[in-house]
Write a protein that binds this ligand. Structure first.
Ligand code: SF4
Length: 52
C-alpha cells in the first residue's frame, strides 16, 4: 500500500492507515487541538481520522 513517509501513524482503526508498516496514506493531514489548553500530548489529535 502506498503511504506518506513523512506521516507515521499507529491508528489502525482509521480508513487512511497503512497497515503494512504504520504510516498514513494521505498527502496531508490536519492536526487539531481539543477544547483543553494545549499543555499535554492528549490535547492534540489527527483531524483527518476516518473510521473504517
Ligand atoms: S488520517 Fe490521521 S489517524 Fe488516519 S492514518 Fe492518517 S494520520 Fe493516522
Amino acid at each position: 500500500m502506498n503511504h506518506n513517509d513523512s506521516i507515521g501513524c499507529t491508528v489502525n482503526e482509521c480508513k487512511h492507515h497503512c497497515k503494512d508498516d504504520n504510516f498514513c496514506t494521505l498527502n496531508k493531514i490536519e492536526v487539531v487541538k481539543h477544547d483543553c489548553a494545549e499543555k499535554t500530548l492528549e490535547c492534540t489529535d489527527c483531524g483527518s481520522f476516518k473510521i473504517l
